[in-house]
Design a protein around this ligand. Structure first.
Ligand SMILES: NC(=O)c1ccc[n+]([C@@H]2O[C@H](COP(=O)([O-])OP(=O)(O)OC[C@H]3O[C@@H](n4cnc5c(N)ncnc54)[C@H](OP(=O)(O)O)[C@@H]3O)[C@@H](O)[C@H]2O)c1
Length: 212
């Protein structure tokens, strides 16, 4: 059992909370408006989840899911305090919405490489970013053949922790490689993104080796 923090309490957080709780974990959600503003949502989400201000949330957990809008993320990270030693699961994307014109130009680097520079003393693992939220909502836990979940990162221990978390949610973790390589493959617009379903693990591995 882990306590997982989530920075952001919107659609991504609300999709993940019940799955994390069913997977045996406790969750602390946070937003910019303060813990009090989240009380109605806490009531709605049920047991296993509490709300805290970002600083308190960060101080209490080892693993934090980033689920803030791209343009709000740098300020959200800065306001939360020290990220040293944390595992940061980056679910963000550099976009304002779902349309092609909503993409925010960040040059050649992958979006999680940008995030990693904002939390240099933390270990960033990218996942849950590459399909619309309803696809993860419907596909986890997977029925029968587990739904493949791509993840990427540079820290082996952090990746093992996140892989176990993915299994706890009923998915099958598929290591797409480093943040630079894998992160781009399952970044928005990458060859592993927007299949509009969770692939079966075999299918995901074949696709991964074909695009590397
Ligand atoms: N929508 C999708 O299908 C999808 C799929 C994959 C990945 N993503 C990515 O996931 C991330 C979250 O998306 P979402 O759809 O969950 O967004 P959302 O519903 O708009 O929720 C964003 C949350 O972030 C909070 N927030 C904003 N500024 C903050 C700050 N400075 N400090 C702390 N919390 C702050 C907001 O609350 P307050 O404003 O009250 O602070 C809100 O709870 C985005 O980066 C998005 O690109 C989305």
């Amino acid at each position: 059992m882990m306590t997982i923090g989530i920075l952001g309490a919107g659609k991504m957080a609300q999709m993940l909370v019940p799955k994390l709780v069913s997977g045996g974990h406790r969750v602390i959600i946070s937003n910019s408006r303060g813990a009090q503003s989240l009380q109605p949502l806490i009531q709605q989400l049920g047991s296993g989840v509490t709300a805290a201000d970002p600083q308190q949330m960060l101080a209490e957990v080892d693993v934090v899911i980033l689920a803030t809008p791209w343009e709000k993320t740098p300020a959200a990270i800065a306001a939360a305090g020290s990220w040293a030693g944390k595992v940061v699961i980056d679910a963000t994307n550099n976009r304002r919405g779902p349309r092609p014109e909503d993409l925010i130009d960040i040059g050649d680097q992958g979006s999680s490489e940008v995030i990693a520079k904002l939390v240099p003393e933390a270990s960033v693992v990218k996942t849950f970013n590459y399909e619309p939220i309803p696809i993860f909502a419907a596909g986890l836990p997977a029925e029968g053949d587990s739904g493949a979940i791509f993840f990427s990162g540079d820290d082996t221990q952090a990746k093992e922790k996140v892989a176990q978390l993915i299994r706890d949610l009923g998915g099958e973790p598929i290591d797409a490689g480093s943040l630079a390589e894998g992160g781009k493959l399952h970044g928005m617009g990458g060859s592993l993104s927007l299949k509009l379903k969770l692939l079966a693990p075999k299918e995901a591995k074949v696709l991964l080796s074909s695009v590397r």
